[in-house]
Design a protein around this ligand. Structure first.
Ligand SMILES: Cc1cc2nc3c(=O)[nH]c(=O)nc-3n(C[C@H](O)[C@H](O)[C@H](O)COP(=O)(O)O)c2cc1C
Length: 334
């Protein structure tokens, strides 16, 4: 059994090595439903959910679907105030794996002292993690961290988290000040992997199996969180898994089209027609690029205001154009 044939083990559970990273506003229930059509047992993180939202709002607002399998529910907190009550509510929903976000760089999150701001305040971070650990007995608890807040202190933080009973880490090796840009520091992830004995996953810049293999060779990490490469490609985890064991992966245009329609339908079921279409449009550009749809038509599709108009326009032009293309290609072959 080689590395790519084997599983990522966290606690007593095993998972595939390619994991859906949390993307606020993107990796919601309809998107996770789509990913599971291709990768039924892939681990996926939810979007970030602050403890006070959990305490004051219903599970549907946290983006949680009852009984969803293979889910790592991501929570955030600036201090201990709401942690106990939030954990009770989350556990009551049957969640058995929780991730704590200490990496979010966004202003609204760090201005409250949560996300990556915690990495800049070790005492508060320690108190928050201890509290989560004691409120999540027997559950897998992971932490998604950065290289640091303003300065790199990732190794010190990783060692502290291991000592506090965290089961696995995901390191996005950029500082808060870098946001989501710049070359991730994979050597730092390798250093952390060597210095702790819990599993270490990496996030940042991995868009293909070739990227994952290169990062594995540099760092020896245990798993890969795939973020922005998920957009408009709910099959990407399945594709990377297939390619990692030498199996080819092809997505013919009619499969892409079919996936696009299913994705829109899933979004409409979860959010309703208006919000569902608006959310689905975040994925549209990538779907259309893969189908070779020109800019003019893409703009017209983006302007549609209800799912029926979108589908009508799509079928009228894109499906016909694709059928023509496929017809021309088959004429060339024979
Ligand atoms: C739009 C957007 C939303 C994100 N939301 C979250 C989030 O809710 N929780 C989290 O831990 N990280 C979040 N991230 C960070 C990603 O999970 C990931 O660490 C980062 O995008 C780097 O990985 P990538 O290059 O594969 O996208 C977000 C990133 C983006 C671009």
């Amino acid at each position: 059994m080689n590395y790519w044939n084997s599983s990522l083990i966290i606690g007593k559970s095993s998972f595939g090595r390619f994991i859906g990273s949390p993307l606020d506003g993107i990796t919601n229930q309809p998107f996770r439903t789509m990913v599971r059509l291709f990768s039924p047992s892939a681990l996926m993180y939810t979007e970030i959910c602050h403890c006070n939202t959990i305490v004051y709002c219903e599970p549907v607002v946290w983006g949680l679907d009852a009984g969803e399998p293979y889910i790592n529910f991501q929570m955030s907190a600036a201090d201990e105030t709401f942690i106990e009550a939030a954990c009770e509510r989350v556990l009551a929903q049957g969640v058995d794996m929780v991730d704590i976000n200490i990496g979010c760089p966004a202003r609204p999150v760090i201005s409250k002292g949560a996300g990556s701001a915690l990495m800049g305040d070790i005492k508060r971070l320690e108190a928050v993690i201890k509290r989560f650990r004691s409120c999540l007995p027997g559950r897998i608890m992971t932490v998604k961290m950065r290289a640091g807040f303003k300065e790199n202190n990732a190794l010190q933080v990783a060692q502290m988290l291991e000592g506090l009973g965290v089961d696995a880490l995901c390191v996005h090796p950029r500082l808060q000040t870098q946001g989501f840009k710049g070359e991730p520091d994979y050597a730092l992830v390798g250093e952390i992997k060597r210095q702790v004995s819990i599993p270490v996953m990496v996030s940042g810049g991995i868009t293909s199996f070739a990227d994952a293999r290169r990062v594995y060779e540099m760092s020896g990490v245990d798993g890969f969180l795939i973020g922005r490469a998920l957009l408009g490609k709910p099959w990407i985890l399945a594709q990377m898994t297939a390619e990692s064991v030498g199996a080819p992966w092809v997505m013919p245009p009619d499969y892409i089209q079919d996936t696009l329609f299913k994705h829109l339908d899933a979004a409409v079921v979860w959010f309703g027609p208006t919000r569902g279409l608006a959310y689905f449009k975040k994925h549209l550009k990538v779907y259309l690029e893969q189908l070779g749809v020109g800019k003019g038509l893409a703009i017209e599709l983006l302007k549609t205001e209800c799912p029926e108009d979108f589908k009508q326009l799509f079928c009228q032009y894109v499906s016909v154009e694709l059928a023509d293309k496929q017809h021309q290609e088959s004429n060339l072959i024979y």
